[in-house]
Design a protein around this ligand. Structure first.
Ligand code: MTE
Ligand code: MO
Length: 429
């Protein structure tokens, strides 16, 4: 069993598969802190987790191969002692984050792990700049700028066999902040996250942040791995037999956001003086979540609708981000919203409606009707249970925003599910 040596996982992580280990960050942990704690950071492994002792880790060798075939080797100790350390706070998001929302929201199945909104996390990574290492290994970044570089791609290979690549431009750009990281939130990388060394490619899909990194290869071609040439690509909603070569590999990520907490409060009745036009009772609602965009583009706004997209207001963006890196924003933004849903917005629930998520007053987001006990739904029929759908979408600094429906961006691999996050919120009226 190649998985026998896999590390023990925190019980709060939500397991999707055990072998290989795949687990998402629980909703509360996504918005409770700006920095996701190491033990609650989502885990996406295609294979087993390599095991090294601390001595083996210090002596671990990273081989850098230039386009002419010459190589240079660095031990982890070399990286730590001979180069300037850099810290970058950056999100990693799997291309499959929210895939289950795409499947339910479009009513069409997708291939891959059915993640909810927790295949994304934010951490501070400690390491050395890839651009420094490439320069030390003898690669001249000026050739990229003047168009004479033989190398167009930088391949990262992991110890187990996983590999992928990024464009050379991102790799040599000191402002691209690509790290070879050995630390995570002030501690050595945990085994699940790449101990002793991984690449961190801020602003790009996490599939390019290769764990257990052992080799870097500069090449005129992309990595030949299936994770570069297949898997992480998108096609049209009608395309199921595809020519993989025709679509580019996902690199920079589009804008994304999710609701990670819903809490209903009291019924309030506006006084006649303050609100002459609506004396209707309204249900207080508090929402929170995250928003993120790739390519270093910061999120400038999160819009909230309490009536499934008919009317909108704005969420508060928390002033979390401690630093922008040369104008680039690699982290998510957390947001909160406090409002009230007018009584008239609550409608009879669509039981088991595809693509709907229900919530109750206990601040847990429910997944369709599957997990609701049978007796509970019959209770609801008798009671005055009424629901509304809250929806959110984010906009980034170049005014990219999220599509309204998953049907419009459905792709058979279920990649880049970024449609408005809609959650059905129910209460007794
Ligand atoms: N690197 C290696 N060596 N093996 C892997 O399976 N998975 C990739 C990437 N790097 C992977 C890897 C994918 S698809 C994702 S989403 C991220 O690692 C997940 O990183 P995390 O487990 O630290 O959250
Ligand atoms: Mo991923």
């Amino acid at each position: 069993d190649p998985f026998a040596d896999d590390p023990v996982r925190h019980p709060d992580l939500i397991t999707r598969t055990m072998k290989p280990r795949n687990a998402e960050t629980p909703e509360q942990a996504l918005s409770a802190q700006f920095i996701t704690p190491n033990e609650l950071f989502y885990v996406r492994n295609h294979m087993w987790v390599p095991k090294l002792t601390p001595d083996e880790a210090e002596a671990h060798i990273l081989t850098v191969e230039l386009p002419d075939g010459t190589t240079k080797e660095y031990t982890l100790r070399d990286l730590k002692t001979k180069f300037a350390e850099k810290k970058i706070t950056a999100v990693l998001q799997c291309s499959g984050n929210r895939r289950s929302h795409m499947s339910r929201g479009s009513g069409r199945a997708t291939n891959g792990l059915q993640w909810e909104a927790g295949a994304i996390s934010n951490a501070t990574w400690e390491g050395v700049l890839l651009s420094d290492i490439l320069a030390d290994a003898g690669f001249d970044a000026a050739t990229v700028r003047n168009g004479t570089s033989e190398a167009q791609h930088v391949h990262f290979s992991g110890m187990e066999a996983y590999g992928s690549s990024i464009p050379i431009k991102k790799a040599v750009d000191p402002q691209g902040d690509v790290l070879l990281a050995y630390g995570m939130n002030g501690k050595p990388l945990p085994r699940d996250h790449g101990y002793p060394l991984r690449s961190i490619v801020p602003g790009h899909v996490a599939a390019r942040s290769v764990k257990w990194l052992s080799q870097i290869t500069l090449s005129d071609e992309e990595s030949p791995s299936q994770w570069q040439r297949k898997d992480y690509k998108c096609f049209g909603p009608n395309q199921t037999k595809v020519d993989w070569e025709k679509a580019p590999a996902i690199q920079e990520l589009p804008v994304q956001s999710a609701i990670t907490g819903v809490k209903l409060g009291e019924w309030t009745t506006p006084s006649q003086e303050t609100s002459s036009d609506s004396a209707e009772p309204a249900k207080e609602v508090a929402l929170n979540g995250y928003a993120y965009s790739g390519g270093g583009r910061s999120v400038i706004r999160v819009d909230v609708s309490l009536d499934d997209g008919k009317s909108w207001s704005q969420a508060n963006l928390l002033p979390d981000e401690e630093s922008k890196y040369d104008g680039k924003s690699w982290s998510w933004k957390r947001w909160t919203f406090n409002g009230a849903v007018p009584l008239e917005a609550f409608k009879t629930p669509e039981d088991g409606a595809a693509g709907k998520e229900t919530d109750d007053d206990k601040n847990t987001i429910r997944r369709g009707s599957a997990r609701r006990p049978a007796n509970e739904s019959s209770q609801h029929t008798k009671s005055n249970r009424r629901c509304t759908t809250v929806a959110i979408k984010a906009t980034d600094e170049v005014y990219n925003t999220q599509p309204e429906s998953h049907a419009a961006t459905w792709n058979f691999r279920g990649n880049l599910a970024t449609a408005w996050h809609r959650v059905q919120v129910c209460t007794d009226c």
